[in-house]
Design a protein around this ligand. Structure first.
Ligand SMILES: NC(=O)c1ccc[n+]([C@@H]2O[C@H](COP(=O)([O-])OP(=O)(O)OC[C@H]3O[C@@H](n4cnc5c(N)ncnc54)[C@H](O)[C@@H]3O)[C@@H](O)[C@H]2O)c1
Length: 297
């Protein structure tokens, strides 16, 4: 179990949408919360909501695309609240533009803010978590990372979010001896500021805020569950419950359970036949404890 009450927590991207919902819920459950965002005014707004409800929070500026800024956020959060044991690496931005039409800077931005931003945020807080004897990292990935066939025109975003899932699952093994756990939250569709504000988050090193800020969704199929939006305050308790129980994943949109099963069972059924036939004919490759060095003839 991961206790939430009494802990210091940080939520990146806490100024809006899912992150603001997580920050409010963390405070309601008794955590002290550093609300970190590239738009400091929005982080302050979340802090004011938390304080009005009787919780404890502090607003901190961060651009997760800058390692120095992440270190400064970590120092500010720790000074204000003590060592942080709950990290919600949630800041992110999206794109629904075909890869071929994206500028190279936008491709770099989407990969950087989502994947490297999460990676360096995680890395910055790990030493303190380990020193404190435990902690939890919950990274906001996406259904677009877990099921990249779910919604189209999302290539670099899907790649970055799949990368987050890979990192969280792999880190779980590395961090288990330290009592630090990981969770990938894979939102399907949650009402947030992203549709209107996405482009305003683009840091200057990737070209600065975009004129065309609004995100256009890639589907108009109203039966597609990506067009049914949860409220962040409905989802936050579900995410925190998964963290409390150290679950590796959190999902929304229960109907995706079927799509998830179909996607992966069809991959398993379709893609192992050739190698199974090869192994039946030749046997298994020899075990080699020294690695797979290829013998050159
Ligand atoms: N809303 C959804 O349906 C949905 C679906 C899948 C994944 N997600 C993921 O959820 C997370 C939160 O997004 P949201 O939907 O709440 O959108 P949002 O736009 O409301 O929130 C994103 C927050 O991240 C902040 N941010 C952006 N770039 C930043 C940077 N470089 N440094 C620090 N902060 C930065 C923004 O200022 C904003 O407050 C993102 O990682 C997003 O990819 C959302």
């Amino acid at each position: 179990m991961t206790e939430i009450s009494g802990k210091a927590a940080v939520v990146t991207g806490g100024g809006s949408g899912i992150g603001a919902g997580l920050a409010r819920r963390l405070a309601a459950e008794g955590a002290r919360v550093a609300v970190a965002d590239i738009l400091l005014e929005n982080a302050r707004r979340t802090v004011a909501q938390i304080e009005a409800a009787g919780g404890e929070a502090v607003a901190v500026h961060v651009d997760v695309c800058e390692r120095e800024s992440i270190r400064a956020m970590k120092d500010a959060a720790t000074r204000a609240l003590g060592p942080v044991q709950l990290v919600f690496a949630n800041a992110g931005a999206t794109s629904f533009t075909p890869l071929i039409e994206m500028s190279d800077e936008d491709v770099e931005w989407i990969l950087h803010v989502n994947l490297l931003g999460t990676t360096f945020t995680t890395k910055a807080f790990l030493p303190d978590m380990i020193a404190a004897g435990g902690g939890h990292i919950c990274a906001t990935a996406s259904m677009a990372g877990l099921l990249p066939g779910w919604i189209p025109v999302h290539a670099p975003y899907s790649a970055a979010k799949a990368g987050i899932i890979g990192m969280m699952m792999n880190l779980a093994m590395e961090l288990k001896p330290h009592n630090v756990f990981t969770t990938s939250y894979c939102p399907g569709a949650v009402a947030s500021g992203m549709k209107e504000n996405n482009g305003t988050y683009r840091p200057s090193r990737f070209g600065g805020p975009e004129a065309k800020a609004e995100v256009t969704f890639a589907t108009t199929d109203t039966t597609h569950s990506s067009l049914r939006f949860y409220h962040p305050d409905d989802i936050a308790p579900i995410v925190l419950n998964a963290v409390r129980h150290n679950r590796p994943f959190v999902f929304d949109h229960a109907d995706q359970r079927r799509f998830f099963r179909e996607t992966y069972s069809s991959v398993v059924e379709a893609c192992y036949d050739d190698i199974e036939a090869w192994e039946a004919a030749h046997g298994l490759p020899e075990a080699n404890p020294y690695g797979a060095a290829l013998k050159q003839d």
